[in-house]
Structures are given as structure tokens and as C-alpha cells.
Design a protein around this ligand. Structure first.
Ligand code: ATP
Length: 867
């Protein structure tokens, strides 16, 4: 189908998706800003003040409500946009044949008539009439309720009105290919599909909240109730002492507003959104929010080898043809290089044998090599790409060979089987070509002439020697097939093969993986390699990566088969390399690691990796090579399949959690201090240190910007040198609780002291309150700096590393000056300018909070953490 036809059909049939995603509802987000208890309190206060004819207060309260709504709206809208952008990056892809070429497109762009290719792990992207199948099994539980996968074929069915379960020659949108391969023609797309018609009400899964967000919301509510109760008590005490109902009502409302950590849930949501966006920039897309929170406490990362720890750029280096070993020169996928024997070009009479090895590699193959912008690339599996390149280096031309050896049937490669086979027509004969893991292929070969299997042993020894160099080794074999054979099965190819040779290919470790594994070590995170490759190859690569010490122990799938869970439980503590494993072994390894209390992240790409991905705390699917099933089972998708990105995401996870703590540490003590200072003045029998509008000002304007700014903090220097956080540890650590009390006492003490000192100087009550209010604002400035690190000195943190915080402080400072010096604002907020001496007093008292927290940090660094 050409481009024009595709766009015509797209116009006619629409995009291939079930639900049109609605626009972000601005109105909904705006209304949402008015649904918090804080706003209710403020609105009640506005009404009461209006009744009391305190119109200035009413307008300040209304201004605050509006400002709060605007800030909340902007933040929430941007967070929502961020989440949408992430979702777009996760649109599933489909492999199609267009213009006779295979390519990958967004499955939304499929149109009726497209030919779609299915492989195990694919989620069927539209309703398809199957035209070619190989051992195709599809799980259709979501349509039929039947959990046993249905076998499919292309046979014509001539009955009418069949249920989807009986339409064996169809593949339906949303069902999952569990094994095999197929081609099918799209017959229906989007809402016209069977799934579309029964699931009109299928809604996008809403963005779930992370447990932390829920906890914080509850925490904020809980604190809110306590504060409200405290305010009521405050009101009562005031009345008993003889204050006027009017004054006490206003004070109680103001105290409640100032102390309820209303900003907290919003800031946590913002912090989450920032964290998730930063993770996406590091190529890790969060599918589930809770994972963003858990990431920071990861203690073990179980990673695939090929493509994640290594580059997945395979190059054949050695060939064995049963007699000689040959070197292959050249690099990458460019088919330039030579086959050398003892450093010399290969003689013509030697060629025939090794050409057979290379030919099988070239033809028992599903991939292609192509040139783009002067670069050679693989379309398909890099292992197979390397085999095409090595064959071309020996002079075999893919197109020519494919013509002479027409492929009739195929058993595609699946990790579980460990090999692949193809059936070809050549001249008057039919041939079966097989390639795969050496031990597997040799098992399928006829016993050698000597009958005792010593030749096989020798071949395995050579394969082992290749593997010791870190090479992935494949064996090649063939046999003649009966003339009438049209299809092949595992049974057909399982025995009687003739061994042709071996090819060994390198796949260099990614340099950034080596760095990241090292980084993980420093961060107290263990890296475990779980690979389908041979044990010897795995150990060699593990050493190059710096994994698992000098004497690397390795456990193979075979050993795992006979190992009890109990034994494995003891082994997983120390063993960091697992080879020739199948996906169900991966699941067992994850389970046993979890029993040790580890927080486990695990990578996966195949359909059978799904259980392990689900079982792990953080299932990570490969963005490039991962199947739809693996992606759906995962919590996080790695765009670039790169191990280093996991490490970077973990780092971001730690920063995220830290930042939430920073916000808490900023907001809670200042709120508590407000309440304490009001109660203290009441008990001391002096007037209130602030009027309600002043408290609103402090709460919303000066402190409202800084708490959001703290969510933007970059990571602290030593963030990756700390051990992982205990996942059971909540936001409020012991350190934080102790310091909250320290800070709250100092702030309230300082405010009351400055306030009473000013009164004792004989100044007006307005003046004394201006001093108290400015003292509070400056305490909060310093407290924001204090909050930037729990243990690091504030003097060691670059003041410009969080520009948002820096500018928000400057803005808050000028806002405070304006309140004190601009006549209109003086009138509204009942303030007076401060004298120089009063400024000095404010500065001297408020700086004590820095000194106190610095001493506390120093003591903890020195004696408790010993750093
Ligand atoms: P990892 O788990 O580290 O990502 P992997 O998933 O690439 O490794 P498999 O793909 O399961 O591992 O490969 C296991 C073995 O199967 C390889 O060592 C190789 O011998 C053989 N093999 C790999 N790819 C093919 C292929 N396309 N055709 C035939 N045999 C293959």
C-alpha cells in the first residue's frame, strides 16, 4: 500500500484506537482548586468577615483564594500535560508490510488492508484475517474468557455467525500472541473491531496516585484536623481570657490557615511530576507512579545481558568449520573484512567447508542488513545481522543465495528452544538448516563416526574456548529433507543433523554500563546478570563489567532446574551471574531475593518475562526490543534498553524522595511554630503577634513559592554514596521529627521574643506586629535553606544550583519589603516600616535557626553518621 492510499484510508476509517483521549479539561482543573478544606475555611472566613464588616480582611481573603487557585491551576495543568506527554511515548508499535517492505509504525496508524506481522509477545493491534501462521497460539481470555491459548490457522471456515472463540483464522485486537509467528490482513480497526464493539466503555486507566501521595494526603488531612481542633481550643482559651469573639474568630481562622499543611499534597504531586519527567529525560518512562517512589530504595537490579549491559552490536570474530578455526576481520555491520586462516587469506580448496557454515548462518535467518546514510544497520536480531555480515565478508551475496536456496518453512528462534530451523529448496533437493546454542544443536546431530561422542566433546571444547573470550557462540547444522516436505516441526529437525561448524561473535560491554555498575556498588545496590547466553560467555562479560568479584560464581538454568527454593534462597545472597536461564528461572530468582527483604528491579523483554516483571518491585521492560506483553507487565519502560538508564532513574528516585522530605521539613515546623507562637502570647497575656491577614500573607505568598521551589532541588552531592532507603521508612524519619521540634521551638521562641521586646520598647502594636511578621518571614527564608539538605552544611550547597528557589526568595524578600513600605499595602496589612535597629534584631534572631540546624547537622555527621 502506498502513502496516498494509507492516508486516504486513515481519513475514511480514522485512527486505530479505542477511545479518543479527551482534551485536558481546564475547567475541571480550575474547579478542583476550590475543593480543599483550606478553601472552605477561607470562604467561611470571607463570609464571616464580610458580615462583621471587615471588608479589608474579606478582600485579602478573596485575593488569597484567587491567587491560590491560579498557582494550583498552573501547576496541576502542567503536571497533567507532563503525564500526557509520557503516555504518548508509550503508544504501541506494529510491524507491517508496506510497499513490500517490513517496517514498524505506530499501531494507531494501521488501516484496513495493511499486512501485519505477529510474533510471540505481540499484542494484536487490530482485527486480522490470518494469511500465514506458524505454531500460532493466541490468548483471547479478554474476549472469550478462555484462558488456555487458542491455536490458530489460516484454514477457510465456511460457517456463519461464529463467536470470536471459534474464528480460528482470525486474530483479534487486544489479544496476546503467546507463541509462534503469523501474518494477517487488517480487516477492522479502532472501534469497529470486536474489542471496540464490546468495550465502548473501556476507559483509559486513570493516572493512579503513588502510595506516598495518598499517605501524604492522609497525613495532611490528619494534621489539618489537629490544627482545626487546636484552633477551636485557641478560640475557647481566648474567649475565657476575655478577648473579643470577633478578634478570636479571626485569629483562630488565621492560625488554622497558617498551620494546615495544605500545600503539601500539591507540592508532593508536583515533586512526583518533576521526578517522573526527569526520569523520562534519563530514558526511563514510568508506567506506574508507585514505581517512581520505590525506585529510590532499590537494593538489587537483575539485568539481562545482551543489549542492556552490552551494546548488542554483534560482530563475528571466529569461525570453526569442523577442521580449522578462522579469524574474521572488520568491525560493525559493514560487510567489509576478510576471513583469515593463520593470518593469511583462505585458500580456495578450504573455502567450501566454511562457506557452508556461513551459508547456513545467512539463510537460517529472519533479519536483514541495510545501508542508511552511509551506515550499515540491522533490521531484526543483531545476532542474525552479524551472521549475514560474516557471510558477506566471505563473498556470499544474500539475494543470490536466497534465490538458490528458496525458503519454504521456518521454525523461528525462541529463547526457550535455543535454536532456529529453516527448510529450503535447492536444485532438486530439500534441505533443513539449523542454527542455535552449541549444546542444543549438537544434541540434534547424529553421533559422529567414532560413535563415542568424542568429536562432540571436542566441538564443545572449542565452543567453550570461544566463549571464554566473552563471545556468543552459535552452532550450525543441516540435513537433507524428504522431497514432499512442506512444513517443519521440532520433531522433524530434532535428530539426524550433520554438524557444519561454529561462529563466535563479540558483543562489547557498554562503557556506560561499567560506570553504572560501579555507581550501583557505591550506592549499595547489587547488580545481578541474568542471561540466556552460555555460562562461560556470561562470566567473561561479567568480569569485563566488573561484576561479582574475582572468582565469579555462576548458576546455570540446568542447575536451577534441580535446585530447591530453599537452596536458591541461600545462593541468591552471593551469586551475581545466572546463565542459560529461562524466564521462569528469572521469576524464582526474584522471589528468593524478595524473601531476603531486597527491593528488586528486574528487566525483561519476552512474553514469558511477564511474571518476573510483575513479581518484582520494579519491572523494567525494554523499549526497543521489548514485546508488548513485557511492556504491559512492567512498571517502567527503558527507551534505550540501557542499563545506565536504570541506574540514573534510581538516582532520580532518590532525589524525588529527598525533595518530598525537604518540602515536609520546610512546611511542618513553620506551621507548628505559628500555632505555638499564638498560644504562647495568649498564655503570656500579651496581644496576638499577628493579625489574620498577615498570616495569610506569610502562608500563601512568602512561603507558598518556596515550598514549590524545594520540589525542584537537584540531587545532593553524596546522594549516590548512601545506602538505599529502607522502604518501610516513611517520610517522617526520626531525624526529621527531632529537627522539626527543634526548629518549631526556635521559630516560635524567636518571634515571641522579638514581638515582646518591641512591645517593651513602647512601640505601637502595629509596629510590634510588623516586627513579628518580618521575623517569621525571615525565619522561613533560612528554614528553606536549612531544608536543602538533612545533613550537609548549607554553606556547602551552591546557592544557585536551584535557581527557582533563589529567585523565589528574592521575590519573597521584595514582597515583604513592599508590605512594610508601600502605603497601600501598609493600610491593608496594618504594618509599619521597621527601623534599622529593628532590622538588625530581626536578622540577629532569625539567623539563629541556621546556626542551630548547622550544629545539629554537624553533631549528626560527626557522631551519628561518622562522616
Ligand atoms: P540475555 O538474556 O542476556 O538478553 P539473550 O536473551 O540474548 O541473552 P537468548 O536470546 O535466549 O539470550 O540466546 C540464548 C542462546 O541462544 C545464545 O547464546 C545463542 O547461542 C542462541 N541464539 C541466540 N539468538 C539466536 C538466533 N537468532 N538463532 C539461533 N540461536 C540463537
Amino acid at each position: 500500500m502506498n502513502k496516498n492510499e494509507v492516508s486516504k484510508r486513515l481519513q475514511q476509517y480514522g485512527l486505530n484506537k479505542l477511545v479518543e483521549e479527551g482534551k485536558i479539561s481546564r475547567l475541571k482543573i480550575l474547579l478542583h482548586q476550590f475543593t480543599s478544606p483550606l478553601i472552605y475555611i477561607l470562604l467561611v472566613a470571607a463570609v464571616v468577615t464580610a458580615l462583621l464588616k471587615e471588608y479589608i480582611d474579606t478582600s485579602v481573603i478573596m485575593a488569597v483564594v484567587t491567587l491560590n487557585a491560579i498557582i494550583g491551576y498552573i501547576q496541576e495543568y502542567r503536571a497533567e500535560q507532563g503525564v500526557r506527554a509520557l503516555k504518548k511515548m508509550l503508544i504501541p508499535r506494529a510491524r507491517v508490510l508496506r510497499n513490500g517492505k517490513e517496517k514498524e509504525i505506530n499501531s494507531e496508524e494501521l488501516v484496513p488492508g495493511d499486512i501485519v506481522l505477529l510474533a510471540s509477545g505481540t499484542k494484536v493491534p487490530a482485527d486480522l484475517r490470518l494469511i500465514r501462521t506458524y505454531e500460532l497460539k493466541i490468548e483471547e481470555a479478554m474476549l472469550t474468557g478462555e484462558s488456555v491459548p487458542a491455536e490458530k490457522s489460516v484454514a477457510i471456515i465456511s460457517e456463519d455467525n461464529l463467536t470470536p472463540g471459534d474464528q480460528k483464522n482470525m486474530a483479534f485486537m487486544g489479544t496476546v500472541v503467546v507463541s509462534g509467528r503469523a501474518k494477517g490482513i487488517v480487516v477492522e480497526t479502532g472501534s469497529k473491531t470486536v474489542l471496540g464493539s464490546i468495550a465502548q466503555e473501556v476507559k483509559e486507566i486513570g493516572v493512579t496516585k503513588a502510595p506516598l501521595q495518598k499517605k501524604i494526603e492522609n497525613f495532611a488531612k490528619y494534621i489539618g484536623f489537629i490544627v482545626m481542633a487546636a484552633s477551636v481550643v485557641l478560640f475557647g482559651i481566648g474567649i475565657i481570657i476575655g478577648e473579643s469573639i470577633h478578634d478570636m474568630f479571626m485569629t483562630a481562622v488565621a492560625a488554622a490557615v497558617a498551620a494546615i499543611p495544605e500545600g503539601l499534597p500539591i507540592v508532593v504531586t508536583i515533586a512526583m511530576a518533576i521526578g517522573v519527567a526527569r526520569m523520562a529525560r534519563q530514558n526511563a518512562i514510568m508506567r506506574k507512579l508507585p514505581a517512581a517512589e520505590t525506585l529510590g530504595s532499590t537494593t538489587v537490579i537483575c539485568s539481562d545481558k545482551t543489549g542492556t549491559l552490552t551494546k548488542n552490536e554483534m560482530t563475528v570474530r571466529l569461525i570453526y568449520d569442523g577442521e580449522h578455526i578462522y579469524d574474521v576481520s572488520g568491525s560493525g555491520y559493514e560487510p567489509k573484512g576478510e576471513i583469515l586462516h593463520d593470518q593469511m587469506s583462505v585458500k580456495a580448496e578450504e573455502k567450501k567447508k566454511h562457506l557452508q557454515v556461513l551459508r547456513i548462518g545467512l539463510l537460517c535467518n529472519e533479519s536483514n542488513i541495510y545501508e542508511e546514510d552511509g551506515q550499515y544497520k540491522v533490521d531484526g536480531d543483531p545476532t542474525e545481522g552479524a551472521l549475514i555480515v560474516s557471510a558477506m565478508k566471505a563473498g556470499l551475496m544474500p539475494e543470490e543465495e536466497k534465490k538458490h536456496y528458496t525458503q519454504i518453512a521456518i521454525i523461528p528462534f525462541e529463547s526457550e528452544h535455543g535454536y532456529m530451523a529453516t527448510l529450503h529448496r535447492h536444485g532438486g533437493k530439500k534441505l533443513i538448516f539449523v542454527k542455535g546454542a552449541p549444546e542444543k544443536v549438537l544434541d540434534m546431530c547424529a553421533v559422529s563416526a567414532d560413535g563415542d561422542g568424542s568429536q562432540k566433546k571436542e566441538i564443545l571444547l572449542i565452543a567453550n574456548n570461544f566463549a571464554k573470550e566473552g563471545m556468543r557462540v552459535l552452532a550450525f547444522a543441516y540435513k537433507e529433507a524428504p522431497h514432499d516436505m512442506e512444513e517443519i516441526t521440532h520433531h522433524n529437525v530434532g535428530s539426524g543433523l550433520s554438524f557444519a561448524g561454529l561462529q563466535g561473535m563479540i558483543d562489547p560491554p557498554r562503557p556506560e554500563s561499567i560506570e553504572a555498575i560501579n555507581g550501583c556498588k557505591q550506592a549499595g545496590i547489587r547488580t545481578i546478570m541474568i542471561t540466556g547466553d552460555h555460562a562461560v560467555t556470561a562470566v567473561s562479560i561479567a568480569k569485563k563489567l566488573g561484576l561479582g568479584g574475582t572468582d565469579t560464581e555462576v548458576i546455570t538454568g540446568k542447575e536451577l532446574e534441580v535446585m530447591s527454593d530453599e537452596e536458591l534462597f541461600h545462593k541468591v545472597k552471593d551469586v551475581s551471574v545466572y546463565a542459560r536461564v529461562s524466564p521462569h528461572h528469572k521469576l524464582r530468582i526474584v522471589q528468593q531475593l524478595k524473601r531476603h527483604g531486597e527491593v528488586v528491579a528486574v528487566t525483561g523483554d519476552g512474553v514469558n518475562d511477564a511474571p518476573a516483571l510483575k513479581e518484582a518491585h520494579i519491572g523494567i521492560a525494554m523499549g526497543r526490543t521489548g514485546t508488548d506483553v513485557a511492556k504491559e507487565a512492567s512498571d517502567m519502560v527503558l527507551v534505550d534498553d540501557n542499563f545506565a538508564s536504570i541506574f540514573n532513574a534510581v538516582r532520580e528516585g532518590r532525589i524525588l524522595f529527598d525533595n518530598i522530605r525537604k518540602v515536609v521539613f520546610f512546611l511542618i515546623p513553620t506551621g507548628i511554630a505559628t500555632i505555638i507562637s499564638i498560644i504562647a502570647t495568649l498564655i503570656l497575656g500579651v496581644p496576638m503577634p499577628y493579625v489574620p491577614t498577615q498570616l495569610l500573607w506569610i502562608n500563601i505568598v512568602t512561603n507558598g513559592l518556596q515550598d514549590v521551589a524545594l520540589a525542584f532541588e537537584p540531587g545532593e552531592k553524596g546522594i549516590i554514596n548512601r545506602p538505599p532507603r529502607d522502604p518501610k521508612e516513611g517520610i517522617l524519619s526520626r531525624l526529621l521529627i527531632e529537627r522539626t521540634f527543634l526548629v518549631a521551638l526556635i521559630i516560635s521562641g524567636g518571634v515571641v521574643y522579638n514581638f515582646i521586646s518591641a512591645l517593651n520598647e513602647g512601640v505601637s502594636i502595629e509596629k510590634a506586629r510588623s516586627v513579628a511578621m518580618t521575623t517569621m518571614v525571615f525565619f522561613q527564608f533560612f528554614q528553606a535553606w536549612n531544608s536543602r539538605s538533612e545533613i550537609q552544611s548549607v554553606f556547602r550547597i551552591n546557592p544557585l544550583s536551584n535557581l527557582f528557589l533563589f529567585y523565589s526568595m528574592i521575590a519573597a524578600f521584595f514582597a515583604q519589603l513592599a508590605v512594610l513600605y508601600v502605603p497601600a499595602l501598609q493600610w491593608v496589612f496594618k504594618t509599619e516600616p521597621l527601623t534599622e535597629m529593628e532590622w538588625v534584631n530581626v536578622g540577629a534572631i532569625t539567623v539563629t535557626i541556621i546556626i542551630a540546624v548547622e550544629i545539629d547537622k554537624w553533631i549528626r555527621r560527626r557522631w551519628l553518621l561518622k562522616i
